[in-house]
Each structure stands twice: as C-alpha cells, then as structure tokens.
Design a protein around this ligand. Structure first.
Ligand SMILES: Cc1ncc(C[n+]2csc(CCOP(=O)(O)OP(=O)(O)O)c2C)c(N)n1
Length: 554
C-alpha cells in the first residue's frame, strides 16, 4: 500500500479544517480534489476558474473559515488570476491548490513561472517540494493563509504529486499537527490610554468600521455607547451595525447626505480596521479640518497609509475596543448621541428616506435604478445576502438594499474588477444556505460571468440575480460622454438577458417599470424552485455621483 502526495495534501487540508473547495478539475488537480472530497470537504464545480476563485473568496469571507480553490496547472491558474488578486488584496484566508508542471517538463505547453505569477499579484507562493516534505509544506501553507490572513498558492508539481509518501502506508496513519489557536493581538497599554483620553475629551466622536472590524460589532457598539459615538462602516463592512439606532450606514461615496454631514462634523474620528481610503472618506472630504483622526489596525503599515492620523493604535479591533472601554472610567457620555441627532437618523438615516432628486427618471428607456432598488427592497425577503459587482450601477443596491448583518453583504471590490458579483453570490449562497442571495450586476458584469449562471441553476441556489441593464459600460459612457468622446467602444445593442437566464435554467422577469416588479413578487410568493433573473432595463441616471467622485482619484 502506498499513499501519493496528492492524496496526502488533500487529506491534510481537509483535516486542518478547509471549509469548501471550488474549482475546475483537470488532470493535474483531479486526485488532490478527490482527496479533499474524501476528507469531507464539500466540492463545487464552477464553469470557469474565475468563478471558482471568487466563490471561494466569498465563502471564506462569509464563514471566516479558509476555503480552497483547486486549479489545473498553467492555464487553470491564469484563468483564476483576477479572483486570486481580489482575494490577496482583501487579505482573504484562501488556499489555492495549483497543479504545476514537473521540474523536468521544461517544454510542457502548460509551463509558466507560477511562483512569479502569483507573487506579482500579492499572493504567497508556496510549494510541495518533495514527497518527504509534503506534510510540512502543506501545513506551512495552511498556517500562512489562516494566521496571516493571506491568499496562498500551494504549487503541486505533477511528478511530486504522483510520488509515494515515504514511510506512509495508509492515510489513517497521517499525523496532522494540532495548530495552536492564536489570541488576537492586544494593543499596548499606552495606546489604550491615549485612545481613551481622546474619546473622553470628544464632543462628537465618530466610529468608522472597516473590513478589519468584521466580527467585532458588539465590542465597538459597546464602546460607542460608553463614549457617545455614532457608528458607520466602510462599504465592505456594511451591515455591521444594522439595527443600531445610532448607525449611519455606509461612510463614503454611498453615504446618505445626513451621514456625510454628521461624519464630516465629528471632532474625533476613529477608523477601526478601516483604511480611511478615498472611497470611505471621499478623498478626505468626510474628515473635518479640525478633527482628531485615530486609526486602529492589526497591520502597522495600514496606519496612516491613506490619510494623516493623529494617533495610530496597533492591535486587534475587538481587543482594542474592549480594553478602551475598561479604560474609559466614569459614567457614560452623551457625546454625539443627542435627541436631535437620534431623531434625524430615524427620519433621514436611510437612502430610501431621502426624496428622489432628480425625480423619478423612469421613461421609454426603462426604470429609474433608484425606483427599481427601492421596489426590490420592498419585495425581496429581508433575510438576505447582497453581493454587488462593479460599475456605474453599484451604489444603488449598496445604498437601497438593506442587509440583516455583516454576513449579509459581500463586496469583492479590492481589485475593482467588473465580473465578480455573480460568483461572489455563489460563494455566499453556499456559505449561508438559509438566506436568499441577491446578486446585483451590470449588464457588462453579468455577461462577463454568464457561464456561472449554469452553476447557480445546477446547484439550485436560492438566488435572485438582478441585472441593471443600461446597454453598455455605463461607467465609461458617463465618464467620457460629457466631453463628446466617441462612445462606440462602450455601448451595445440591447441583449435579452432574461432569455439567456431562462436558457441556463432560471425563471426570469424583464422589468421596465415599477409595475413589472409584480413578476418578482409572484416568484417570491411561489415555490422558488428555480433561481430568478431580473433583467431590469434601466433609464440613464446621467452618471452616478459616487463614480464621478471615484474618477477624481484616477
Ligand atoms: C475586469 C475589468 N475590466 C474593465 C474594467 C473597467 N470598467 C469599469 S466599470 C466598467 C463597465 C461595467 O459595465 P456594467 O457591468 O454594465 O455596469 P455599468 O457601469 O453599466 O453600471 C468597466 C468596463 C474593470 N473595472 N474591470
């Protein structure tokens, strides 16, 4: 009896707790993927490696458990590179099991420098070097992914994969080391004292929570209550404070007018696991000229990276919030939490409370995207997860579709790539099968990822795919149109995306007016035996202001 390296690697990753494996299986990753499955890790086949990479990324973000992406050598890996880059930039703990050509196969068609490729995009290149080191190599890759929150590509050369593991007769004899869970790093006592002093002296403290604050909502809400702070999130952390009467929702380009006003008026602004980048701070416009700016982050190089800060605290967000709450002695403070502010948040805290300006644009070209989004928010069940692709349309679902909590929003925008929203929805749907996924896409992103409509239909996922169809690359149309540029490269004839959806096995509704949302209502009320595609033909908004804002940074 022998055990191959491929069998060992899959088994070890399964025993180490991989959550789910996504991939496109070819000869090079066939055995290792089956070993993962045999070790109890569920496998999902997508129709393109790009879809597998992003579904794995979204699954890991939603569950907090590292996911696995399995790809063929060479072209399987290159097909997955955009999703791998997104995961690497977003510090997703993701393990990519990548077949690689054998060391002597120097003329193989599949041969590329896989280490250089993945290193170039910010992932960590790891390798199973020899049959004898396979266990240690695999454990090391897993530790880097989980403990350092990195996207790690574990290259598996075909010759090493096929070799027998020396001295191992049965997979039952594999001794996988127990990994010691690491406590979240606590901040220095001097940093805790300095932040407590800043908050004690604040009249209008404001907390903006980012990706690094996910999971620490209760600690932050508790501290905010003690010091009288208002709460907001970056787009990626949307949902963290859902239901809190002092929450302003998303800070930045998607912020409501009230949120923007109150954030800009803060005298102490604390970014918790939040980069305070151009998106979240509107190029700094949301930071008052005299505001004291504090940043709390696990990574030293994140502190002050985008905006000048007055205080940087190195530490885990939850641990820091808990320690500062202890240091803030005495009775709780009113701070920003006045009756007036509370009443204003209650009446104008959500985008749907803000009167449409300009008024409803619904006309011959289609439905106003705001009216569409508000209508969908009304019709679709509240127990939902929302994923959003990139494009001019992207603020509408982010701003108007309420989410129940932070797991209810997954925003794969670290690389700002069009085409990831649908596969993000697949990963989230498998991570949270109890919820309906609403995947909001532009027509560009929808058609770029269309192959994964088959995956959604085949798996029978509880999903509504909403396509904001403006018959073109709206972001470009609105950016270049006003200057009189030739737009022939970025406009397209109308496509019957509903018919495409039906072809893949979806129910589908074409929406041109608010009345057409009855078709969505009927689907929600029915058995929902098949996923739904909403092909919304939208009227032009003349260019969304958050995108105009973003282009200032290009
Ligand atoms: C992979 C990729 N290619 C190109 C771009 C540049 N780009 C940004 S937005 C956009 C248009 C997207 O069109 P669509 O999905 O229909 O959304 P819309 O802007 O029309 O709302 C393009 C091509 C990008 N961000 N990512």
């Amino acid at each position: 009896m022998t055990v191959t390296v491929a069998e060992l690697v899959g088994t070890v990753l399964g025993r180490l707790g991989a959550g789910h494996v996504f991939g496109v299986v070819g000869s090079g990753n066939f055995h290792v993927t089956n070993a993962l499955r045999a070790a109890g890790v569920p496998f999902t086949a997508t129709r393109h490696e790009a879809g597998a990479a992003t579904a794995a990324d979204a699954h890991a973000r939603t569950t907090g458990v590292p996911a696995v992406l399995s790809v063929h050598q060479g072209c399987g890996l290159t097909n997955a590179m955009t999703g791998i880059t997104e995961a690497a930039k977003s510090r997703t703990p993701l393990l990519v099991v990548a077949a690689d050509t054998g060391g002597a196969a120097v003329r193989s068609n599949f041969r590329i420098d896989q280490d250089a490729l993945v290193t170039a995009v910010g992932a960590v290149a790891e390798r199973v070097h020899t049959p004898g080191s396979a266990l240690a190599d695999t454990v090391r890759a897993h530790r880097t992914a989980t403990e350092q929150r990195r996207t790690v590509v574990l290259n598996l050369p075909l010759d090493v994969q096929a070799a027998a593991v020396p001295g191992l007769d049965s997979l039952d004899d594999v001794e996988v080391p127990d990994l010691v869970p690491l406590a979240p790093p606590r901040p220095a006592a001097s940093s805790v004292a300095a932040l407590a002093a800043a908050l004690a002296g604040a009249r209008r403290p404001m907390f903006v929570a980012g990706r690094g604050a996910r999971g620490a909502g209760p600690e932050l809400a508790g501290l905010a209550q003690r010091c009288g702070a208002l709460l907001a999130t970056s787009a990626v952390a949307n949902g963290l404070f859902t239901g809190d009467p002092w929450s302003l929702g998303i800070s930045g380009g998607f912020a409501t007018p009230l949120a923007a006003e109150l954030i800009a008026d803060a005298d102490v602004l604390v970014g918790w696991g939040c980069a305070l980048n151009m998106w979240t701070m509107r190029h700094g416009a949301l930071i008052g000229p005299d505001a004291t700016v504090v940043q709390v982050d696990l990574d030293a190089d994140a502190l002050g990276a985008n905006r000048p800060i007055d205080l940087g605290v190195l530490g885990d967000v939850g641990a820091t919030a808990a320690d500062v709450a202890v240091a803030l002695d005495g009775p709780g403070r009113t701070g920003y939490r006045t009756d007036d502010v509370r009443a204003r948040i209650a009446t104008a805290g959500r985008w749907r409370d803000v009167p449409l300006d300009p008024p409803d644009l619904t006309g011959p070209d289609g439905i106003d995207p705001r009216v569409l989004s508000i209508g969908l928010d009304d019709v679709l069940p509240a127990d939902r997860s929302v994923t959003v692709d990139s494009g001019n349309f992207m603020g509408y679902p982010a701003a108007y579709l309420a989410v129940p909590d932070e797991a209810g929003f997954c925003f794969t925008q670290g690389f700002q790539s069009v085409g990831l929203g649908l596969s993000t929805g697949i990963g989230v749907a498998l991570a949270r099968p109890d919820r309906l996924v609403v995947a909001a896409l532009g027509d560009g992103g929808a058609l770029m990822a269309a192959a994964e409509l088959e995956t959604v239909a085949r798996l029978g996922l509880a999903m509504v795919v909403v396509v904001y169809d403006d018959r073109g690359y709206g972001a470009e149309v609105h950016h270049f149109g006003p200057a009189g540029d030739d737009l022939a490269t970025v406009v397209f004839p109308e496509t019957d995306i509903a018919a495409i959806g039906r072809g893949y096995g979806f129910d589908a509704v074409t929406v041109r007016t608010a009345a057409d949302l009855d078709g969505v209502r009927d689907w929600v009320a029915g058995p929902r035996a098949r996923p739904l595609l909403v092909d919304a033909k939208i009227a032009s908004d003349g260019g969304s202001w958050w995108l105009a804002e973003a282009f200032r940074g290009h």
